[in-house]
Design a binder for this molecule. Structure first.
Ligand code: AMP
Length: 416
């Protein structure tokens, strides 16, 4: 027997319905915020992720699914969504004089070769969105507002934004120097990766999964103390805006984000003060570094699988349909043929409708009516069919009526 790969899941039944509901909520909200749906390929040139996510990131160093295709090209399954969307933006030359921002959202499978554990899969779905073209804090606030309110709309009350600023290039350079000066004396106590990161990309040390809990990191200098005036003013303005929007936030200097491309705003959304739900930030240099004209951008991504799990854990009810509108019963060949016709007609008129597919007796079909929780049942009889009438019964009140077949759709329209 062939079984599924480690860290992957088959999703069906009630779980599939719950995900579909959540996706619909997120799709609708994204649309209201003016973000258009985008799909990009599951696989891209490996180089795209090296140049965007960063050579030194854990994602690229240890987690991508890399392979050579039959044309000897280096290919990777996407580990995150931003790189592909930016590649699309650059390839289609959407940069330049934008009069309005270009705003897109995606909801797609991502692949990371991680050690599978609760909340960490090898194949997972991320809902994310990107806004290109505005360097004003209104766009940071819009992205944070969309992410924050998405969770609220799904019923999670205790969500909070943990926010930090990495500042501009100058602020980041100053901070990098201060961080290296601080960490150098402790070099021997860091993990092997961090020893190397200290030379290549010291900010990454703050994001290390191994050294993350190390006491040394608890007292590192704070990036916020190294912001120059412009970066500081920008951060203050954003926080003011979040206050106006009544978004619950907290400044957290530990948030630096694992990906290379962020500057200025970085944020995470957490539940009950600690559980990470999703993360985002501003990335003004990425479009240019992937070959486009310099274009400011800001975005966010969250794990959909985790949200399904959390809504379950928090006992938040997801309104999924567990009933059907109509079940049509018939036994003779003529009754079954009529059932097939009426079932198709009702389905095409937006009613959910089922009939027997297993050649069951009336008695057993009645059991199916209850199993499927049908609101109405139609009991077909040859004599009725001859006269173009049917018996329809409300399965709750048990009241039944004989109506003309041609009136069926109208009848259900007024009763359901
Ligand atoms: P990241 O792209 O690493 O910033 O992750 C953004 C969000 O995606 C996280 O907050 C998680 O909700 C989700 N996520 C990241 N990696 C995984 C994974 N391996 N399995 C499930 N969800 C993930």
């Amino acid at each position: 027997m062939i079984i599924k790969q480690k860290g992957t899941y088959d999703i069906y039944g009630v779980d599939a319905k719950k995900r579909q509901y959540i996706k619909n909520v997120l799709d609708t909200l994204s649309d209201k915020y003016g973000y258009g749906f985008i799909e990009t390929p599951v696989f891209e040139a490996t180089e795209l992720f090296h140049r965007s996510v960063g050579d030194e990131s854990d994602i690229v160093k240890k987690e991508t699914y890399d392979f050579k295709d039959r044309g000897d090209r280096n290919i990777s399954l996407r580990p995150e969504g931003t790189a592909g969307v930016v590649r699309w933006f650059v390839e289609n030359k959407l940069y330049g004089n934008l009069t309005d921002p270009v705003k897109v959202f995606y909801c797609e499978k991502m692949y990371r070769y991680e050690r599978p554990q609760s909340g960490r899969q090898r194949e997972f779905t991320q809902w994310g969105f990107e806004c290109f073209g505005s360097d004003f804090v209104e766009s940071d606030a819009e992205v944070i507002s969309l992410a924050y309110n998405a969770y609220k709309l799904l019923g999670l009350e205790n969500v909070k934004v943990k926010i930090n600023s990495l500042g501009d290039d100058e602020s980041r350079d100053n901070y990098r120097k201060a961080l290296v000066d601080y960490l150098k004396p402790y070099k021997d106590e860091l993990c092997d990766d961090c020893k190397r990161r200290l030379e290549t990309n010291p900010l990454r040390v703050l994001d290390c999964k191994i050294d993350g809990d190390n006491d040394i990191l608890k007292n590192v200098p704070k990036i916020i103390d190294y912001l120059n005036e412009e970066s500081k003013n920008r951060f203050d303005k954003l926080l003011e805006l979040l206050d106006l929007l009544e978004i619950d936030y907290e400044i957290d200097s530990n948030i630096v984000r694992g990906l290379d491309y962020y500057n200025y705003t970085v944020f995470e959304i957490v539940l009950n003060d600690s559980l990470a739900l999703g993360a985002g930030g501003r990335y003004n240099n990425l479009v240019e570094s992937l070959g486009g004209e310099s274009t400011p951008a800001v975005g966010f991504a969250m794990g959909l699988d985790r949200v399904v799990e959390i809504l379950d854990n928090e006992n938040i009810e997801i309104p999924i349909e567990d009933s059907i509108d109509v079940y049509i019963l018939g036994e003779s060949e003529n009754e079954r043929n009529t059932a097939s016709i009426l079932t198709q007609t009702l389905r095409l008129n937006s009613f959910s409708c089922e009939m027997d597919m297993m050649n069951k007796t009336f008695k057993n079909q009645f059991k199916a009516v209850d199993r499927m929780n049908a609101k109405y049942l139609i009991l077909l009889k040859d004599d009725d069919i001859k006269e173009n009438v049917i018996t329809i019964k409300d399965n709750k009140t048990r009241e039944e009526e004989k109506i003309s077949i041609v009136d069926l759709v109208d009848y259900l329209d007024t009763h359901i």
